[in-house]
Design a protein around this ligand. Sequence first.
Ligand code: HEC
Length: 160
Amino acid sequence: MHPLITLLLAATFIPAMAAAPPSSNGIPLPGNYKFWRLIGVSHRDDNTSLRAIVGNTTAMTAIHQGRTDPWPDGTILGKLVWKDSKHPLWDAAIVPGKLSHIEFMVKDSSKFARTGGWGFARWVGMELKPLDNEGGKPCFECHKAASKNDYVFTRPAALP
Ligand code: HEC
């Protein structure tokens, strides 16, 4: 192959390879999720992990305006999950350790009508390996427990 073509190919594919592949149900990893705001936190004592629940701008505006039942189309909720770890300087403080996974619920009431209007996607570990989640069906099955709250468990944490 001509060296220039090789260079062009490399330039085209390197950025694509750096990003995580989309989920099996075609949801791309939201590129800017690290800039989203915090909605709530949770701790699971059955599998000792800490979670931050975050939202995109549409989600934060909906919370601010009290329009979260149902959440508007365009809302994306994220859950970032780390294994429990002890703070190296303070034994009693549980802090985020190894990243377990990050996952998202994308609201599009027509596209994801079969799963309550939400598209579910999870990426596992620092290498962001997409979980094959059967189109989000198992996620949705469990989230049905929150069907009275538009399938969302998290209540925004109180702030004055
Ligand atoms: C066995 C039950 C169960 C399954 C399966 C499940 N979830 Fe959840 N999910 C929960 C619970 C409980 C919470 C709230 C507590 C917490 O933060 O862990 C939650 C919270 C979330 C949140 C934050 C918004 C909210 O509803 O509170 C997202 C995003 C999320 N889950 C995505 C997913 C995705 C994506 C999958 C599938 C890959 C999935 N969940 C599978 C039980 C489940």
